[in-house]
Design a protein around this ligand. Sequence first.
Ligand code: TRP
Length: 333
Amino acid sequence: MKLGIRKSILSGIQPSGIPTLGNYTVVKNWVGFQENFECLFMIADLHSITVQQEAIKIRENSLNLLALLIACGIDPNRASIFFQSHVSDHCSLSWILSCVTSIGELFRMTQFKEKSENKINVNAGLFTYPVLMAADILLYKTNFVPVGKDQKQHLELTRDLANRFNRRYGNTFIVPEPYIFESSGKIMSLQNPSKKMSKSDKNENSFISLLDSKDKISKKIKKSVTDSENCVCHGTNKDGIENLMNIYSSLTKKSLKEVEEEFYGKEYGVFKRLLTDVIVAEFEPIQKKFNEILDDKIYLEKVYKEGAYNAKQISKKTLDEVCEKIGFVGRCD
Ligand code: TRP
């Protein structure tokens, strides 16, 4: 992989469960990036242990996620897909960056405030999480980072740290730009449309998983909250139906206006049935491919080994440069 010719993009996803329909729309964007960017897609297993999980689950989720990313269209010949824990440079750079980060900055992170609110397992990793994320990004001299709203503040911090390091030690890091999507069709919870659809939601009916059966998808869509108006359209207090319209629009590539027209005068039941069909039609081939890939452990291993190898080629260079600027004696390896 040659950097420097095309701009680079890096993104990460945590192996904290089977991705949802919401994650799928994000991964779909990743697939598109492969055309025009050097792509690094990382399975953020180090980040995922800020929440305590069983070892067996982490391993299963990680391999499932890798197979799913490939099934969704991430092509290991065009992008590097790797596990964050396989490239130890992330931890090294994270430590170094933590020494240019003030604790005040970390206390201001809204995600930390939210996650520490319930006072359960407020570990130091949860606090320094954004520094590790900055290391993920800066290690690869990443130009663009596609981020959702919930990660924007972390990217801002990454930019601040890059600038600070560059000022203090001389120009080293590229200051990454957020990659903003033209359509912000964010997928919300089916049970509470003011919340993002999340795979860690306790209520199973609030999200559709990429591996849900046809039956399950149908039940969840049926149970999704709407309103009593029976009008597939925009309006006040129509977050539920608007969310379903967003899902339909993002999978069919129809505009929201076209969706409104298509279902003009039709009942929610009709819309929900068609929406279910669309989701099932999209997911079925992915599920088939997923099962095939997951069965081929040798192939999976080859993909993540090559991904880590490619990633290390870049990360080592950056870390050496950083260590040199700081004044560490050169590494022998
Ligand atoms: N924190 C991100 C999330 O939970 C995942 C992530 C880790 C990431 N490192 C990253 C995303 C680097 C983008 C770039 O969604």
